[in-house]
Design a protein around this ligand. Sequence first.
Ligand code: HEM
Length: 448
Amino acid sequence: MQTAPPGPKSKSFGLDFLNQFKIDPLGTSTRLRDDFGDIVLLKFGPADWVMCNHPDAVKEIFVTNWRKFGKTDRFKQLIGSVDGQGLVVSEGDLWRKQRRIIQPSFSHELIIKEHAASIVRETTQHISNWKPGTILNLHDEMTAITLKIAARIFFDVDATSEAKDLADSVSTLSRILYQEFSELVPLPDWLPFPSKIEKRKAIATLDKFIYGVIEKHKKDPELHTVVSMLLNARDTEGDGSGMSEVQVRDEAITLFNAGHDTTATALAWSFYLILRDDQICEKVNAEIDAACRNNKPNVGCLPLVPLTVQCIKEAMRMYAPVWMIPRQCNENVEFFGYHLKKGTQLNVSPYVIQRDPRFFENPDQFLPDRFSAENEKSIYPNAFFPFGAGPRSCIGREFSMMEMPLIVATISQQFRLDLEADSKNIGMNPLVSLEPKEPIHFRVKAKH
Ligand code: HEM
């Protein structure tokens, strides 16, 4: 047994690599894979980071031995400062109970029954403001649409009026959390620094909003939203108990935060890639026209738009919205022939693995055919994992795999979009999710 995985030597206790990571995390992670292989050790002073670059490591960490690899202390501290003990952060018995009682709210039947029509309605309402000839920013538009959908489905509010404060505080917190993740030493939230004051204010706004929503739901049992599901959920497989109000607050904020940014970036990249390829774009539009026959899209159309779904999957392969998933060893472990000590941080990048030429030929090319029913079967197990893997994988996966094609279809039924000349070569900005680096401008055109 070798004791330590291979990795670069640092003359400055790893500060040089930390700096490279800050400047270019995607390029640095890819180069480390190319130079040192599937398991790479980076030392930052006393801390060990191991980059895991093979789908078998994905299986080991997230599926086979997931209990040995927990969420990192840093992640729990920073995300927990906003999401409390919500599903993304909690562990052990609390997580197990919460996952068990929340999971049915995202079952296939409920999503279709409760949410599909709202997705189409909110999208239609948003794009009714688009005028042929105008130039818009794709990522901004997708963010606005997914925010409206989430505000309606989760809280039964209008994102442009009632939930304006919510939208503002969510984007403030996302910016501050990103800054805090890249700080060398985390600072406590009570400090009187401007960013800490801004953070506390944004959390207070979020709390006021969400507790107001909870009150409204308690008074009106007829409401059918994610909050009403959380308030009514009971642990029927366990002791039959429900959730405290604080836990409902934590879960509602968690689901809202985890859901809308990721979906907005996945959609922005999907449209960008489809619009860059005239042939695919024409086929996608034709497929949607044939499936919906000039009616409003509905879930019945989805099985009839396989190419649209393939394009979305291929976009998430190339531009994994969650580009890095960290874990930490809960105990000393033997890992692919190496000994890793308790506390070692493991970093698994869907971006790096999903662009690895060993698993995806010509990985930088947009080839939606990789996800045809036939070809998808031969993808190396766990090489495509935009929603994570194993028991802690995304609870909103089915929801977003319905939401995204419905949004694409609703837009395609109303308009044609053209990428502007300045938007055909867009870089990546790896923030909390993998955002476009420059604005993606498109021109709205009438459909006929
Ligand atoms: C394209 C859209 C989405 C992507 C790419 C995505 C990606 C992910 C990934 C990679 C994880 C695993 C994180 C980890 O293992 O540490 C995750 C977990 C999670 N996601 Fe998503 N997600 C998306 C949409 C959503 C939506 C719409 C919701 C809510 C409605 C949601 C709620 C969650 C929650 C609550 C977890 C934590 C689950 C647990 O730990 O039990 N996500 N997501």
